[in-house]
Design a protein around this ligand. Structure first.
Ligand code: FAD
Length: 607
């Protein structure tokens, strides 16, 4: 069948998020004559304050936001019947344009665990720092000089952000004393964990702006007419001639352009189609193109082109809980800015425009521990976690069970009274539970999503959350800014319990006894997490790079099995979870994908 193609490009990217921008930007820089098109469902982000000014990151989660897609999961008995909502980005630059900007890297061994040729840590580390003659590194690490695993000449800037938060300094000081863990100034060296450390950010230390993939890989090549971004365009499916991908079909995106017509257009790709629509978008495009499991396609009335039952399976995320506390009035938090108090915003904008030592270049989150339990903690965590500890963590000192941190400010959308808050956060890093994301035909005959998060399906997954709640509470109780718990957002402890929450005058002594929790209290914490645990926005794995017979979707060179001229490049290819906030992994996959594609197309890779 032949199609009336609108125009022709060498490479078309279906989706213009973090990874797509890296790949497209690198290829365009290597060969400016290459005709590249990025089709992105969301809108442009170029120089828009909500994307460029770091402090605004949480605005993207507001109800009605058009820069996010709100994916509603199926109700789960492990979440007390709740249907969890997992957001993903919907704008040029994808997650890199809306994320919290926390700079974290996984242990090098995570990549070795994938077991995929060419993706071992020894092949990937050179992409993070400049050791390859032909390539620049992906980051410029502004916080410390001469660190062997960091890069110093890449487009993505890593700094400590604007004005430092004293609450985070207290977290490191109190945490390391009370929790008896050492301090380290770099827990992102691909190995170190279990230390109290500063948490650096994807923020340019000179300009105070977000270091996203859109501005730093693609928008900065606006002089090249061969690199085009068409925003507000939703890719429906890949077009094939026999088994060869030759283009894509797209329409106006209903969220970005609600009034535009919904007619379909096609563009031709003479060399390659790269699906880069993230963990939700990429499997959906494959399934709409007839690549996937028979039952899924049949339910949607789509003719199967390639039987790939792994498409949409292997969904993974990290598990998070955000718990607010009252903070002392005399401490600096992000609350007044986040509430939009005009005088404070103007004051900090003026600072930002002059010397950048401003809260505009902050996310309120300057410290963390990548935590591993010690013997005593493991005893308290009990037998439900023991098998998981022994099988995965025990002999691997570089693998953390969770990240514990505090935000200086209330990170939530409930209208709390205007005062100072601190939010404690736990992110568990290698949950066992796995979910899936597929398209389905909704009751109205329109396409819908059939999304199972898998959250807390495995009994071991809730244990670190429960333990982390108690540990973070003990740490924060000892910090100078502590003024008690915002009870409505904590577990409902029974009346008379020593754990009952509420406002207090100030912190307890560093050596004060820990709160003793009864079995009933523990049950309240368990129920709290089943009712409230949430995504950490680290969705991945749904087009896994594995052997085809092992439910793989792409091979080690990112080719989709069973067809030609079609690759996937984004976090959906990650076969096993990574112990990190995932922007670093998306950047790395982008760098690696660019080299693979250049090699495939015979382009000299020199930057
Ligand atoms: C709210 C939030 C906070 C985060 N915080 C951090 C953090 O602090 N630190 C960190 O390291 N990581 C963080 N992350 C994670 C990180 O940003 C993501 O893991 C990463 O950006 C994913 O990259 P990707 O290329 O796989 O997908 P994305 O960047 O999500 O890109 C996919 C793109 O494809 C587009 N798309 C989807 N379907 C279609 C279609 N059919 N047609 C056209 N376009 C389509 C989407 O609109 C999107 O722009 C956060 C993510 C979010 C969402």
């Amino acid at each position: 069948m032949s199609y009336p193609f609108l125009s022709e490009f060498d490479i078309i990217f279906a989706g213009g998020g973090s990874t797509a921008c890296v790949v497209a930007g690198r290829l365009a820089a290597c060969d400016p004559s290459l005709k590249i098109l990025i089709l992105e469902g969301g809108q442009h982000t170029l120089n828009k304050a909500a994307h460029v000014q770091p402090y605004q990151y949480f605005t993207h989660q507001a109800p009605g936001s058009t820069t996010m897609t709100f994916n509603v999961g199926n109700p789960s008995p492990h979440l007390n019947g709740r249907a969890p909502i997992v957001h993903c980005a919907h704008c040029v630059g994808g997650g890199s344009s809306v994320n919290f900007m926390n700079y974290t890297r996984s242990p090098a061994s995570d990549f070795d665990d994938w077991g995929v040729d060419g993706w071992e840590s020894k092949s990937l580390i050179p992409l993070m720092k400049k050791v390859l003659e032909c390539a620049a590194s992906l980051e410029t690490y502004e916080v410390q000089a001469d660190r062997p695993t960091h890069g110093y000449d890449g487009p993505i800037k890593v700094s400590s952000g604007g004005r430092k938060m004293s609450i985070s300094e207290d977290f490191i000081r109190v945490g390391s004393k009370y929790h008896k863990r050492p301090f380290s100034d770099d827990s992102n060296d691909l190995e170190t964990c279990n230390t109290y450390s500063p948490w650096f950010k994807y923020i340019d230390g000179t300009t105070g702006t977000r270091s996203d993939a859109a501005h730093h890989y693609v928008y900065n090549q606006a002089h090249n007419p061969n690199l085009q971004i068409w925003a507000g365009k939703r890719v429906k499916r890949v077009i094939f001639e026999d088994k060869r991908a030759v283009g894509v079909e797209f329409t106006n995106d209903l969220v970005s352009c609600p009034d535009a017509n919904q007619s379909l257009s096609t563009v031709r790709a003479s060399k390659l189609v790269v699906i880069s629509a993230g963990a939700f978008g990429s499997p959906a495009i494959l399934e709409r193109s007839g690549v996937g499991a028979e039952a899924v396609l049949k339910q949607c009335g789509i003719e199967q082109r390639v039987n790939l039952p792994g498409v949409g399976e292997n969904y993974r995320d990290h598990n998070g809980a955000f718990v607010p506390y009252f903070g002392g009035d005399e401490f600096v938090t992000m609350d007044r800015l986040w509430r939009g108090e005009e005088s404070v915003v103007q004051e900090h904008l003026a600072l930002w425009n002059s010397n950048r030592e401003s809260l505009i270049a902050q996310n309120g989150n300057d410290a963390k521990i990548k935590w591993r339990p010690d013997e005593d903690e493991l005893k308290v965590m009990g037998s439900t976690f023991e098998p998981r500890w022994k099988e995965f963590f025990q002999d691997r000192p570089e693998k953390a069970v969770a990240i514990l941190t505090v935000f200086a400010g209330y990170l939530g959308s409930s209208g709390l009274p205007p005062r100072n808050y601190v939010t404690a956060e736990i992110i568990t890093l290698y949950p066992v539970s796995v979910g899936s994301v597929h398209i389905k035909l909704g009751e109205n005959g329109k396409e819908d999503v059939d999304f199972t998060t898998g959250y807390l399906d495995d009994p071991s997954d809730i244990v670190p959350l429960n333990f982390g709640y108690k540990k973070l509470r003990e740490i924060y109780r000892r910090m100078p800014s502590y003024r008690g718990e915002v009870a409505a957002f904590h577990p409902r402890f029974p009346e008379g319990s020593a754990a009952v929450c509420g406002e207090v005058a100030g912190p307890v002594d560093l050596n004060a006894p820990d709160i003793i929790y009864t079995a009933e209290d523990d049950e309240a914490i368990e129920q709290f997490h089943r009712d409230n645990m949430q995504t950490t926005w680290h969705s991945l794995g749904t087009c896994a790079m594995k052997l085809r017979e092992d439910q793989g979707v792409v091979d080690a060179r990112l080719n989709v099995y069973g067809v030609t001229n079609l690759k996937v490049a984004d976090l959906s290819i990650v076969p096993k979870n990574v112990g990190t906030n995932t922007y670093s992994t998306a950047l790395l996959i982008g760098e690696k994908a660019a080299m693979i594609i250049a090699e495939d197309l015979g382009i000299e890779y020199r930057l």
